[in-house]
Ligand binder design. Structure first.
Ligand code: UDP
Ligand code: MG
Length: 329
């Protein structure tokens, strides 16, 4: 353990969290101070439209352990978290939601597990407070589906709130894909993992920026990032249909030669055509989802752009990360 670097790095992505910043800082600091370990709190402003950035800047002036990064626009939670993780220097890194839905009081327990030799300690929700029945149901279905469809073991009911040791973080930093389904990437890297259960609180204030459509896209992201199963599914489906129609054709030939063909069969023809047009369009759509992602990855753009960073030493800022650090004077 190097003297200069903090032991614990907290990473919090923030999008329109102005009303939570102060409370978040106080509650997290209270927990960390009791640990008597060196720490840093890295807050990433993900293109907020409110006063989040100004508040963060203020905080970083008051407390040198607060580091704040301002992304050039809204890049989404996954990339904001990636930015924070890239800038972190601690022996352990803990991403946490700024709305305090992840209780920071769990951090000491996580650290205990880390000292026992685990590299990843994730927090598994056993109950969700203040969330709609619909969200709970869809979240439940999502975790179960993705676990069935992909080969990697993504733990159910686990958010991004987890402790990662430095080797895990360094492994994670090597994954440069744009379509970042963090929960999947966290699992993909492997290492020795364990979990601790907790109750998920409702937001401290403000409202969730995830609506149904966003969550749906998030689910597609998760599935397409980690499995070809949907593409393969249609191969088998096609084979089954072709085989069935081949058998049906033989049956038709035999029946026509034996009994003739008294009915022209327009309705069944229509049904067959419409059904298979539908299947074809759907298949094309699924292939499109993958091709779109190949296209995006092939552009090799930086994952995110930072506009300003405060509370960090120059040498840390100029490190060769995947992104370009643009300082606007
Ligand atoms: N967040 C972000 N960028 C976004 C959306 C959300 O950085 O585009 C952050 C947000 O500030 C919070 C965390 O991601 O710290 C979780 O967001 P939210 O509470 O809206 O999601 P939920 O808890 O409903 O899954
Ligand atoms: Mg939340």
């Amino acid at each position: 353990m190097s003297k200069e670097y903090p032991v614990v790095s907290i990473v919090a992505p923030m999008y329109n969290e102005g009303s939570n910043v102060q409370y978040f800082y106080e509650r997290v600091s209270a927990v960390l101070q009791r640990l008597h370990l060196d720490y840093e709190i890295i807050c990433v402003n993900d293109g907020s439209k409110d006063d989040t950035w100004n508040r963060l800047k203020q905080l970083s002036l008051q407390d040198t352990r607060i580091k704040a990064i301002d992304l050039s626009r809204n890049f989404g939670k996954e990339l904001a978290m990636t930015a924070g993780i890239d800038f972190s220097r601690g022996d352990i890194v803990i991403p946490i939601d700024a709305d305090l839905q992840d209780p920071p009081e769990l951090i000491p327990d996580m650290i205990t597990k880390w000292r026992e030799g685990y590299d990843v300690v994730y927090a598994t929700r056993i109950k969700r407070e203040g969330e709609t029945r619909m969200k709970k149901l869809t979240a439940h279905l999502f975790y179960r589906t993705i676990r069935k469809m992909t080969q990697i073991d993504i733990p159910a009911d686990t958010g991004d709130f987890r402790l990662m040791s430095r080797p895990v973080v360094d492994a994670l930093k090597q994954l440069k894909e744009h379509h970042r389904f963090m929960k999947g990437l966290f699992s993909w890297v492997g290492f020795k993992q364990t979990s601790i259960p907790y109750l998920r609180d409702s937001r401290h204030s403000g409202k969730s920026s995830f609506n149904f459509w966003k969550l749906w896209n998030f689910a597609i992201e998760g599935i397409t990032s980690f499995t070809f199963a949907p593409l393969q599914l249609f191969t088998y489906f096609g084979v089954t249909v072709s085989l069935a129609s081949f058998l049906y054709a033989i049956f038709m030939v035999i029946r026509t030669t034996l009994y003739g063909n008294p009915v022209p069969g327009y309705p069944s023809l229509m049904v067959a055509i419409l059904f298979f047009s539908g299947v074809q369009l759907m298949t094309l759509g699924i292939i499109g989802e993958y091709i779109g992602r190949i296209y995006n990855e092939s552009k090799r753009r930086p994952l995110y752009l930072t506009r300003e960073a405060v509370g960090m030493e120059e040498e840390n800022q100029s490190k060769d990360y995947a992104q370009k650090l643009i300082k606007i004077k």
